[in-house]
Design a protein around this ligand. Sequence first.
Ligand code: SAH
Length: 580
Amino acid sequence: MDVNASAEDRQEPQDDALRLCREAFLDRIKAACSFPAGAEAVREGDKIRLMGTFRDDKGKTVTDTLDGPDTEPELLGHVLASRMLSKESDAPREGKVWLVGAGPGDEGLLTLKGAEVLSRADTVVYDALVGDGILALIPQKAERIFAGKRAGHHYLRQEDTNRVLVEKAAEGKNVVRLKGGDPFLFGRGGEELELLSLFGIPYEVVPGITSAFAVPAYNGIPVTHRDFCSSVHIITGHRRADHTYDIDFDALRRTKGTLVFLMGVASLPDICDGLLKAGMDPDTPAAVLERGTTARQHRICGTLATLAGMCAQTTVMTPAIIVVGKVVSLADRFAWAEARPLAGLRVVVTRHRDRDSSLASMLREKGAEVIENPAIETRLLNEDALCEAADELALGVYSKLVFTSPICVRKFLPILFRDHDIRSLASVRIVSVGDLTAKELSLFGLRADWICSEEDGDGISRGNGRTLILRERTASTAEMKEGCDAIEVYETVNVSEGTPDIASQLRAGEIDLAVFTSVSTVKAFAACCHGEDLSRVRAVCIGEQTAKAARETGMNVRMSEKATLASLEKELEKAAGEHR
Ligand code: SAH
């Protein structure tokens, strides 16, 4: 093959598909490098065999062949070019696609395997039904592609989504296709695999927890129960293009099982009507379950005869499922989700990028939906001074060591342990400002001799001997007491990349509370709000300084009595009570 020939030079029978795939191949090569390249395509039934070649920068001629469907000629050209270029790179890698079920919303319902593959993703293609908490787990460096349908958002058509998966994997990427619930249950997961298999791209399916079971469970409805039924059926309420349903209502009645309808809100009156006409008991319990497993979960319970009328009186929030069957009557007895102390609250926790938040876990445990906002990064300062201080501590220069934040602990102790060990602190009294700092110390095997609040400045320097205070750069600039040295251990900078869109969630009324543990978290949150009116934000703060900073931004502030997690928890429960 003449490697310098372009597709246009050839005299081949008119076949648009052959021309398109050759051109796509050459375009992709040209866009990536200046290798002279050529392509040949032949038709074999409804398949095209594309042979590509180029001469690389070492003068070596590289050739490869790929078969693909004649319906996707451009994709075929791109895939072959990407594959060959990726083999040329320093670290050639075969891409792969994981079709992952993200569950119905609550991020705790993502499977371990799903979380594992997500943590290694280079590209994530996600749907509108994927919960915000799960989106927050996408690695910072990963490319995010929204493939759902959401008013006002650009979105991909199904065919384009299918193509994107093939293209990205051909580039050697780990691609995670995140879909709400289970990817194969009314999720078009099967369609997405079709093209991948045609192009020979490796893939795996990671099943997810489907809304059909999880949403009833979060409403206290077991989908089967020996006393009531012996089967459960999942049906789509979606109408066909000709507006008819593909539902055999007679057959459904005969099953005597629990019926779960997905995508059925718009069809609710028709569904109830169809079941009644088929002879189902009008008193059969039935419910619409809205936005299940999230803080906004809500149910409307009635009977087959009354449910449609009840829903016509209000706006049903989507997504929602419809459940019909005697098991629905158990909801009020077994409903556990709304009984949790912080149920119904969507809380933003602004936190440091490099840390998991124990505060977020506590909030989730109590039933809140947490939006983590990793909008702060810390940078180590004064490393030399800290090394020197470590030596002085080991020499017994200081009798007291004050950690003013958990980050001070995390930044300083590894420096201390470079040249010394834990015995260098044997005769030093350790002071922790706040509970969270003490908790961090415990991770290093250290117990604070004294836990004080940030206002307790006087107490800190009380006693004999010298005191070393480790603090953040922006922290109080109050004058140092006699016998006290202070080192600025780190500074805090705001970052916006990879953070949730706080401003638009605030506008949409989707944020019930914001929790702040330091002045820097207040500042980072305010920066994320891009000038939105912050008087709508209800804030719960630890510590007077934090509360003061929040008040200055105009937020509606309440402060925990003490600088402890327990005290914060109490304050949050009060706020939750008021919210409800
Ligand atoms: N594959 C998904 C279903 C996709 S079809 C799954 O296994 O759950 C989309 C439908 O799922 C919605 O119309 C709605 O009926 C249902 N759904 C998904 N998430 C839901 C949620 N959190 N609460 C209520 N219904 C939900």
